[in-house]
Design a binder for this molecule. Structure first.
Ligand SMILES: C[S@@+](CC[C@H](N)C(=O)[O-])C[C@H]1O[C@@H](n2cnc3c(N)ncnc32)[C@H](O)[C@@H]1O
Length: 438
C-alpha cells in the first residue's frame, strides 16, 4: 500500500458527501469518525478535500484538458477522484507527482472504481506531463471569465462581485475567498483578560496574538488540533468568532440594565458578546426560529456562565403579534439577518456552488420583512443595528437606504461595509446603525 492512500480515500469520501448535499464541515466530521487519523493527516485531508471543493471549476477545466471524456460525461465518483489527484498535482507543491498519482490510483483500485483505475492513472499522468511541458488549458480572453475558471467561481458571482466593488477590489476579494481563513477568538472578559489568556495559550505552546482593532479579540498563529481542545473552552474563557463579526455587538453601545433584542440570535456569538459587554446585567432576549441552533446557543450560555440572556423560539417577523408588550419596548435591537453569507466564502468551501441569484432575491425579501416588522419594537430613543456577513449591496446598503426612505421617522446614523481582501484576514461584513429622528 502506498503511503497516504487512506488519507486520499477519506478526502474523496468527503467530496462524495458534499456532492450529495452535505456541508463541507459536516462531511469532514462524519468521514473522520470512521478513521483513526493523527492531526497531521487531518490537516492534509482538510486541505485536500476543501481545496477540491473550492477549486471544482478549475479542476473540471483540467479534467477536460487531460481526459478524452469531458467532466460532464464522467460518472461523478470518477470526476471527484480525478479532482483529488489533480488538486495534488496543481495546488499542493510539496507532494511529489508519483506519490500523488499512485495513492490516488490506489483509491480507485480498492473501491468500486476498480475498473477505472487505468483511466485514473492515464489522466493523472497526462496532467503531470502537460504541467511539466507548461501546456495549460486554453482560456477566454475575457478577464472575468478567466478569473471564474482560475479562481473557481460561478461566472454570475464573479460578474456580480465586479459590479458591486469595481475591478481592483473584485480580483482581490475573489482571491481572498480561496485563502485559508483566520481563526479568531473573543475572550470572555467576565472570566479572564487578554494577557492572562495569552499566557495560558503560551504555556500550552499555542501561538496567538491580539487583534489590534478589537478589545477582546485574539487570532491564532498556529493551527490547533481541534479548536474545542484549546485551553479554557469548557471553562467558558472564550468564544470562536471572526474579527469582523466581533465588530458588530459593540455598535449597539449596549449598557447594563438595558432591554436588548437579538432578533436572529442563534448560535449566539453576538448574544453572548452583548451579555459580556453588559457585565451580564442587561435584559437580553435572544430570538431565533431554529430549535436546533437555539440548543447550541443555550449550551454556549451555559459554557460561558451567562445568565442575562433569555431564549425564545419564534419567527421574529411576528414578535409584536406574539407579544404586543414588545412594541416600543427595547432600548437596543440587533437584526443579524439571515443572508447569502458571501463575506464568509473562505470558511464555507461549498457555498459558492449552492448560491444563486434567486436565493439572494428570496433572502432580501425576508430581510426586508424582518426590518419592517421588528423596528416598531424599538423605543423612540433606541438604536437598531442591522448586520449581515455578505458583500451584496441588495442585502446591505441598498436594502437599508430603501428602508430608511420608506420610514420617514427613522434615520441612518452610519453604515460600513467590510470587504475581505488578501491583506485583511477577516470575513466580509456589513452593519448599519439606525435610530428615530429626534
Ligand atoms: C446570520 S444567522 C445569526 C447568527 C447569530 N446572530 C450569531 O452571531 O451567532 C441568522 C439566523 O437567523 C435565523 N432566522 C432566519 N429567519 C428567521 C426568522 N424569521 N425569525 C427568527 N430567526 C430567523 C436563522 O435560524 C439563523 O440562526
Amino acid at each position: 500500500m502506498s503511503i497516504g492512500y487512506l488519507q486520499r480515500k477519506a478526502a474523496w469520501e468527503i467530496l462524495l458527501k458534499v456532492s450529495a448535499g452535505d456541508f463541507s464541515d459536516h462531511a469532514l466530521e462524519k468521514v473522520l469518525r470512521n478513521y483513526q487519523f493523527n492531526p497531521l493527516d487531518i490537516a492534509f485531508i482538510t486541505e485536500l478535500s476543501f481545496g477540491c471543493i473550492r477549486y471544482r471549476k478549475f479542476l473540471d477545466l483540467w479534467t477536460d484538458h487531460t481526459s478524452k471524456i469531458t467532466h460532464k460525461k464522467q460518472p461523478p465518483k470518477l470526476r471527484w477522484l480525478l479532482h483529488i489527484g489533480l488538486y495534488q498535482l496543481l495546488k499542493m507543491d510539496k507532494i511529489p507527482f508519483p506519490a500523488a498519482i499512485s495513492s490516488t490510483v490506489e483509491v480507485a483500485k480498492k473501491t468500486d472504481l476498480n475498473g477505472l483505475a487505468g483511466t485514473v492513472n492515464a489522466i493523472l499522468r497526462n496532467a503531470s506531463r502537460k504541467l511539466k511541458q507548461e501546456s495549460l488549458p486554453e482560456l477566454s480572453s475575457d478577464r472575468k471569465e478567466r478569473i471564474s475558471y482560475l479562481e473557481s467561481f460561478p461566472l454570475w458571482l464573479v460578474n456580480d462581485i465586479y459590479k458591486w466593488v469595481g475591478t481592483n477590489d473584485a480580483e482581490n476579494i475573489v482571491k481572498a475567498f480561496n485563502k485559508k481563513p483566520s481563526i479568531d477568538l473573543r475572550i470572555n472578559k467576565l472570566k479572564t483578560d487578554l494577557d492572562q489568556f495569552l499566557k495560558l495559550l503560551y504555556e500550552n505552546k499555542i501561538n496567538a496574538e491580539p487583534i489590534k482593532e478589537l478589545n477582546n479579540g485574539i487570532t491564532l498563529k498556529s493551527n490547533p488540533r481541534s479548536i474545542k481542545n484549546l485551553p479554557g473552552y469548557s471553562d467558558g474563557l472564550w468564544t470562536i468568532q471572526d474579527r469582523s463579526s466581533q465588530w458588530v455587538a459593540p455598535l449597539l453601545n449596549p449598557k447594563e440594565g438595558e432591554k436588548i433584542l437579538d432578533a436572529c440570535a442563534a448560535p449566539g456569538s453576538k448574544s453572548t458578546h452583548l451579555a459580556e459587554l453588559t457585565n451580564d446585567s442587561a435584559e437580553i432576549l435572544a430570538v431565533d426560529r431554529s430549535q436546533r441552533r437555539l440548543k447550541i446557543l443555550q449550551s454556549n450560555l451555559d459554557r460561558l456562565s451567562l445568565k442575562s440572556v433569555t431564549i425564545m423560539k419564534a419567527d421574529a417577523t411576528s414578535l409584536s403579534e406574539l407579544n404586543p408588550k414588545f412594541i416600543s419596548y427595547f432600548d437596543k435591537i440587533l437584526i443579524d439577518a439571515p443572508c447569502s453569507g458571501i463575506g464568509t466564502l473562505s470558511r464555507n468551501p461549498d457555498s459558492r456552488w449552492s448560491l444563486s441569484k434567486e436565493k439572494i432575491k428570496c433572502l432580501t425579501l425576508l430581510q426586508e420583512k424582518l426590518l419592517d416588522n421588528i423596528f416598531p419594537l424599538l423605543k423612540k430613543n433606541g438604536t437598531l443595528v442591522y448586520s449581515t456577513c455578505t458583500i451584496c449591496p441588495d442585502e446591505n446598503n441598498l436594502l437599508i437606504e430603501r428602508f430608511i426612505k420608506k420610514n420617514k421617522v427613522l434615520k441612518l446614523d452610519s453604515q460600513r461595509q467590510i470587504l475581505p481582501s488578501l491583506d485583511f484576514p477577516g470575513d466580509g461584513f456589513y452593519a448599519a446603525i439606525i435610530s428615530y429622528k429626534s
